[in-house]
Design a protein around this ligand. Structure first.
Ligand code: ZN
Length: 209
């Protein structure tokens, strides 16, 4: 089971990984219909949205992640059209603000409950996990060379368990393969060498995250 300290370290690692993987922002990412700029704008908006949840945990005042799904999508579209240096600055500043805000939460505040954009009520200690998933998986989605195999295996193990729980184990066939490739498969991402228990090539799963 992941600790808070370990999860915060994954956030920092994923943030640095995204930063290094940011290049050619107007080129296509691995996510259908999104340029790399869309991915970066989504990550910057996500840091601000999760910052709202940190504020909620600190103050007790209800501050949801996003105003509405439409508002979120509009911000991604607008952000994706920013010049590359301004988009990178937005990514850096939003990530730093989120890290600072998380660094100042007390043990009691980490235990207080907040509601995610998907409507799940979770303790604030889940916020770093939500962010770690975003920065580490989208570092791969940028499509500039980061692979699931480059991500820390303890993170990948937590991710597999999380995705299985979220998809429902009954909706996912038993599969074999390299653990990093199995994680990519479960996340609905491009993968190689993953087979079902009877040796067939695993059918793609719908996208996730
Ligand atoms: Zn995302």
């Amino acid at each position: 089971m992941r600790t808070l300290e370990e999860t915060l370290a994954w956030v920092a690692e994923g943030t640095a990984l995204c930063r290094r993987a940011m290049a050619g922002l107007d080129e296509t990412s691995l996510l259908p219909g999104w340029t790399r700029g869309h991915v970066v704008a989504h990550l910057a908006g996500n840091a601000e949205a999760l910052g709202n949840l940190v504020r909620w945990a600190r103050t007790g005042e209800r501050t949801p992640m996003y105003g509405s799904p439409a508002e979120r999508d509009t911000a991604i579209e607008a952000g994706a059209r920013l010049p590359a240096d301004r988009l990178a600055t937005w990514f850096d500043e939003s990530a730093r603000a989120l890290a600072d805000a998380m660094a100042h939460l007390t043990a009691d505040q980490w235990r207080s409950e907040v509601t995610t954009a998907q409507g799940r009520t979770v303790p604030a200690v889940e916020i770093p996990w939500l962010r770690a998933r975003e920065v580490l998986v989208h570092a791969v989605d940028l499509g500039t060379g980061v692979r699931f195999a480059d991500l820390p295996e303890p993170f990948l193990a937590e991710l597999r368990a999380d995705i299985l729980a979220r998809r429902g184990p009954a909706n996912v066939p038993g599969v074999h393969g390299d653990p990093a490739e199995v994680t990519a498969y479960l996340a609905g991402r491009p993968h190689t060498g993953v087979t079902t228990t009877d040796g067939a090539v695993a059918e793609p799963l719908p996208p996730w995250l």
